[in-house]
Ligand binder design. Structure first.
Ligand code: IPM
Ligand code: MG
Length: 379
């Protein structure tokens, strides 16, 4: 056992040094890109696995229509990036193969379909790798149910917490395993800033800081403390502390849930609660997700690659709503809010009011392409 313990201590030392170096790097981050002034914006398009390429083909039809003029003028480019498939990743033994990462880094923003994460083994999720490599620290997920007065937005920290070292835990073989959770000052400050800036710009009255600081005293304790320090710069916005367990209950409490506005949380709690919130909205297939950093941003469907749907032969019936919401967020991010509004209005008409063509995700509903034909009529 001693030799394992010694090796583990050595490993821990290395992890700690790396994370301390990352914290120091974050302190000198460059200012964010200004898309309104960009001469050209390159949108990388990554289909991904399973139902990914199917829903992405439809999202592309929508973007091509909305961006027709910009594409013709060369103001915007839609650039297909292949190779982020589970087959290629397994063959190369890399979560994101280097040549693919280089292509990705040559773009400004990305629209990405779901990618399969191998269970067990040591290969990291492509999402997690990309979030880290591109330093996409804010995972922003809106959920809205207008008839209930629900208008939530989740600011999930996206590069730290349980995810930072999730593939680099420690093991005393057969006896004991240990994973790590990392919270840094700079990493927390920047996500808190993003959430409060959003709240301020959008007239929100409160930000709910959600942790389990009663148990995870160091990491969540620090997260909560720094969020309150940032909150002090926004006296008009109320900063409330909640624990994640009661907050998951609050979201299914119809009497009180519509009073929450902006949620600010560490990575794993944000992961879990945003699936719950998406389900309340109508299913995980209905929500979009933005991963935003200062140099890059990646917009994706919140759901997975749905391998069962492909096995059942129901891939064509997949719901494109989530990737379309992601496309809407992408347009907003690159300073094309008017086009984003048009897409959102058409989506509302198709999904909430008129509902002439309905996707159920199964054979009893419309296909992804049929729904998109309908949506294109409304654009
Ligand atoms: C999400 C997903 C990812 C996550 C997976 C695919 C790694 O669940 O974007 O919420 O855990 O962050
Ligand atoms: Mg998730």
């Amino acid at each position: 056992m001693d030799e394992y313990i010694n090796a583990a201590v050595e490993q821990f030392r290395e992890l700690l040094c790396q994370q301390a170096a990352r914290q120091a790097r974050m302190e000198k981050n460059a200012p964010a890109k200004d898309f309104a002034r960009a001469e050209k914006t390159v949108i990388g398009v990554i289909g991904g696995d399973g139902i990914g390429p199917i829903i992405m083909a439809q999202a592309l039809r929508v973007l091509e229509k909305l961006l027709k003029e910009e594409l013709e003028r060369g103001r915007v480019e839609l650039r297909q990036i292949d190779g982020l498939t589970i087959e290629n990743r397994l063959a190369q033994g890399k979560a994101v193969p280097e040549d693919v990462l280089a292509q990705i880094k040559a773009c400004d923003v990305l629209l990405k379909g779901p990618t399969t994460t191998p269970k067990g083994g040591s290969m990291e999720s492509a999402n997690v790798t990309l979030r880290r490599e591109l330093d996409l620290y804010a995972n922003v997920r809106p959920v809205s149910i207008p008839e209930e007065g629900i208008d939530w937005i989740f600011y999930r920290e996206n590069t730290e917490g349980e995810y930072a070292l999730g593939s680099r835990g420690i093991e005393l073989p057969g006896k004991l395993t240990m994973d790590f959770k990392v919270t840094t000052d700079a990493g927390t400050r920047r996500i808190a800033r993003a959430a409060f800036e959003y709240a301020k710009a959008n007239g929100k009255k409160s930000v709910s800081i959600v942790t389990k600081a009663n148990i995870m005293k160091k990491t969540d304790g620090m997260f909560s403390r720094i969020c309150h320090e940032v909150a002090a710069d926004y006296p008009e916005i109320q900063a409330e502390d909640w624990y994640i367990d009661i907050m998951t209950a609050n979201l299914v409490n119809e009497r009180i849930r519509n009073q929450f506005q902006v949620f600010l949380l560490p990575n794993l709690y944000g992961d879990i609660i945003t699936d719950e919130a998406a389900q309340i909205q109508g299913g995980v297939g209905t929500a979009g997700s933005a991963n935003i950093g200062d140099s890059y941003a990646m917009f994706e469907a919140i759901h997975g690659s749905a391998p069962r749907k492909i096995e059942n032969g129901e891939g064509d019936y997949a719901n494109p709503a989530s990737i379309l919401k992601a496309a809407e967020m992408l347009l907003r991010h690159i300073a094309m809010a008017e086009k984003a509004d048009r897409l959102a209005a058409a989506m509302r008409e198709c999904i909430e009011t008129e509902k002439r063509v309905v996707v159920t995700g199964h054979r009893d509903g419309a296909t992804c392409r049929e729904f998109t034909d309908y949506l294109l009529e409304k654009l």
